[in-house]
Design a binder for this molecule. Structure first.
Ligand code: HEC
Ligand SMILES: [Zn+2]
Length: 291
């Protein structure tokens, strides 16, 4: 697979509950915050690492973390940012890595990457945020295809998505389009244009109502009475139909207003949770890295 990140994923954290909460606002920030993250890493480095690796990463009792000696082991081609994260997370500082929060470890990776960029012949590696999104794209495919035979179209979709992620930020439009297409390929796609109970077409003035436990969208007449029903504006449903049928490159530039973005993220969060055999682990990393 194109980006299995050397067979490893970034530290896979917690539950799928966070998925719905991942509004597209948080999702769309992406790489813009790499600089801030690296800056936070700089402070953490001075506090936890400089005593052994030197104020300028030149190396003291610990090896140098910059230049060719370092890049030969950890640069693009040798390892990914995910590998570096895993190493630091598990080993640094020696004997005390567990005392440093995961976000701080991620910030340290960003800092080390930034410091090496000047001396690297090519960009060191994808930035951690994109890597985290890459993990998410891969993990979704893995989980939705566990039981099934290789599903036609899924791996093409995944490689298109990873390619597109290389071209730009993971916007809400991009993520929702990918999720919908994946659900479509694996046979779990929701009916977006008509009530799943009475089959009445949903009109522009109608609201749709998701029944989370069954993953069905119903009209106002068939609307379930349970408390956890999720209301969806018709514009959200129309936008989702558009995103489902678009190429990912187009979907990535599709602007979503905040209501649509929130409702779409919530809907897809529920639908995915319904079909995944276990909670997604990559999901917690994304907001942590995007802050
Ligand atoms: C007490 C001293 C000490 C502290 C503090 C320390 N390190 Fe290290 N670090 C080492 C030593 C020694 C090695 C080499 C370990 C080995 O080769 O097994 C190392 C190796 C590394 C490597 C791999 C370098 C290579 O050449 O492969 C990285 C990356 C790293 N440290 C990052 C960090 C970061 C980030 C911190 C702060 C969170 C940190 N270290 C804190 C002593 C330290
Ligand atoms: Zn109905």
């Amino acid at each position: 697979m194109a980006l299995s990140i050397n067979g490893r994923r970034l530290p896979l954290l917690l539950s799928v509950a966070g998925l719905a909460a991942l509004g597209s606002a948080a999702l769309a920030q992406g790489a813009a915050t790499f600089a801030e993250q690296a800056e936070a890493g700089k402070a953490a480095y001075a506090l936890n690492c400089a005593s052994c690796h030197g104020d300028n990463l030149q190396g003291l009792t610990g090896p140098t973390l910059r230049g060719n000696a370092f890049l030969g082991k950890w640069g693009a081609g040798a390892k990914t940012a995910g590998d570096l994260y895993a190493y630091i997370h598990n080993n640094m500082p020696p004997g005390a890595s567990g005392q440093i929060p995961d976000e701080t470890h991620a910030a340290l990776v960003a800092f080390i990457m930034r410091e090496n960029r000047g001396s690297a012949p090519a960009p060191l590696a994808p930035d951690p945020v994109k890597l985290a999104y890459g993990s998410y794209l891969v993990e979704l495919v893995e989980l939705l295809t566990v039981e099934a035979e290789p599903v036609a179209g899924v791996f093409e979709l995944l490689s298109e998505a990873l390619e597109e992620l290389r071209n730009g930020a993971a916007t809400g439009g991009f993520l929702r389009s990918y999720e919908l297409q994946l659900l479509h390929h694996t046979g779990f796609h929701p009916q977006l244009d008509a009530c799943a109970q009475c089959a009445r077409p949903l009109q522009p003035e109608d609201m749709g109502f998701l029944e989370p436990r069954l993953g069905r969208i119903l009209c106002s007449t068939c609307k379930p009475t349970s408390l956890d029903v999720v209301s969806l504006h018709s514009t959200t449903l129309a936008t989702l139909q558009l995103l489902r049928d678009q190429r990912l490159a187009e979907a990535r530039t599709q602007p979503l207003n905040s209501t649509t973005a929130t409702e779409a993220a919530e809907l897809l969060g529920h639908l995915l949770a319904l079909h995944l055999p276990r909670p997604l682990r990559s999901v917690r990393l994304i907001p942590a890295l995007s802050q």
